[in-house]
Design a protein around this ligand. Sequence first.
Ligand SMILES: [Zn+2]
Length: 306
Amino acid sequence: MKFELTILGCGGAIPTLERKPTSQYLNIQDRRFLIDCGEGTQVQMRKFKCKFSKIDHIFISHLHGDHFLGIFGYLSSLNLLGRNNDINIYAPENLINLLEAHNSISEKNFNFKIIFHPLNFLKFERLYDDKIMEVFSFPVNHSVPTCGFLFKEKTTERRMIKEKIKELDLSIESIKKLKNSENCEVNGVLINYNDVTELGNRSRTYAYCADSQYDEKIISYIENVDLIYHEATFLENMKDKAVKTKHSTAKQAATIALKAKAKQLIIGHFSARYDSVEQFSKEAKEIFNQTISAYDGYTHQLKAEN
Ligand SMILES: [Zn+2]
């Protein structure tokens, strides 16, 4: 029951030796998602042992180079490795034009089909849905149209306590009712569902807030999430620069996490001007203590227990 996030790159616009541009690998119960794909993403996946070819869904938040330039190389490698399964890309509409131009100029055709889903920058929207989870996009405030993504497991129904099935000789029909939190009568005895079932898995949630200036509008989309990734490009003494470039400071990221009642915050997208990120952590923790500073290769697990 994995819910595991790996930070492939936590740097800002310019890559450094320590920090590559933005990219994240998310494994939810063996569904693998790639979130943004900055330059060098495929190398980072190899370095941090993220299964390279198992991704079927790629989410690109916006078309600043540090969030998507790696996609050309990554898709090319998948092609060379013989991929023929479809791949879904959720991104700003222009990305498909860029990919087509690239393929046309390099006279290349992928052996797999790209199913392209343009993002909506005006409202919260569901992008993906299966029996265990959903993914939503939500608009954020940046210098070009940008979306964040919310990954959310579905709550599972109650589970039967195995011994009780045998003990009470329950029929499939009764089990169905009890798992659905209904009491039911078996051989003239009323069975309370609480006595024979236990809680199913809780819904774990992760909100990737992309590049964004401080904007409380996003709070309603991400309230009560387990984990938020919020950019913190600058320290507080460069707040003016953050406003000008539509980025955030560590303190602002922490304020969003606090107001959204998140359980945990990861900050990243640190500007290349900073060698150490210690001060980011310090400033953020003054507001929201459950803050972690990202580093390339950092892995975060969300537990399934209630
Ligand atoms: Zn950006």
